[in-house]
Design a protein around this ligand. Sequence first.
Ligand SMILES: Cc1ncc(COP(=O)(O)O)c(C=O)c1O
Length: 430
Amino acid sequence: MNKPRIDASEALWRRAKGIIPAGTQTLSKGPTQFVDGVAPKYLQRGKGCHVWDVDGNRYIDYGMGLHPIILGYCYPAVDEAIKRQLEDGITFTLMHPLEVELAELLIETIPCAESVRYGKNGSDVTSAAVRVARAYTGRDRIALCGYHGWQDWYIGTTERNKGVPAAVRELSHVFEYNDIDSLQALFDAHPGEFAAVIMEPMGVVEPKDDFLNKVKEAAHTHGAIFILDEIITGFRWALGGAQEYFNVTPDLAAFGKCMSNGMPVSALAGKKEIMDQLEEVFFSFTFGGECLSLAASKATITELRDKNVTPFIWAQGAKIRDGFNALAAKAGLAAFVRFVGLPPRTVAAFTGGDHFVDLELKSLFQQECIKRGVLFTGYNAISFAHDDQVVDQTLGVYEEALGVLARAIGDGSIKKFLEGDVVRPVFRKV
Ligand SMILES: Cc1ncc(COP(=O)(O)O)c(C=O)c1O
């Protein structure tokens, strides 16, 4: 099986290096996340769940624009809404009716939403939530769990914290998922000082023993605001997000990604009494009410609701996850790789053990998927376009890629089978 020709991708990359620091706008889309020399670097277009790179190679996509493309690329009802709005204008000098119409729809859809405001990226609204909580409580410290974006208050807690002042880092504290004691320990160490607890409802591990409601209760006992970061889970776990699925209503919640099938808009939703801080708290920017994105979001949420998309995504995601895990077991690889997480978003967990390197296993598997037309990123962001035929085709590709992985493991050397550079983690110190 040959690797794809990627000459046009490589030529663009040579032009980008030196004029675009890090080479990419989004680290998870950058070349370090894909086997360099094998994977394409630039995509040109998409339709449904397929994408074409700049050399004309076609792939089944499982990244879906880093999750947002929940209905599929170029989904007619959404694209038509964008085109209709484009005829009228993109952004204006006064407010636009869409701001109100989308707010009403979000309030109907999201359990905690009594009022809403819009941002452009997920980071905008997780950060707005944190500022609102600080304003409401008059406190500074934040407890957090999960990934929340690029802003100082969050990224300062990671390995990739260059440029974040120590004074900001000191106010953010990480607690462990499914470990209420780790949160309580923070509260005990700083009594009455936490403004908020912000967390992803889940990553790949499900909450145990009603963990989310326990966090909410602990936060409230401490006098802190409970914020759910639903940037990934929103409109994916359920139409009303993970808060609907897990039956936990936060004080505030942040949405982005899937709310607009790829257009740049995010939303902060929550209890009116707390949200009303935004009468004074500064959260304002030029493109806040940009209309193409609002039109796309209204069309996306309406379509997700009317076509009952979530159950479909669960069903297709379960076929991929369970099908893959059965194939891995059949290939004798169950100890080395499995898909974990709930069906709407599963993640491949590679375990090298004593003899192999996790990221080398991932790289080889990715290489073999890409050679066979599946753009494997490490996770499966299932969309409405991943129909049975695509799922079957993908499982066929996964079976062959697992076969190569098994041969390499049997041979004792993964690197010998790699035709490009090993992928690297985003959160490395640079
Ligand atoms: C859970 C979560 N929160 C926040 C963000 C930040 O969103 P954005 O990259 O749109 O700023 C992300 C992005 O991946 C995310 O996954």
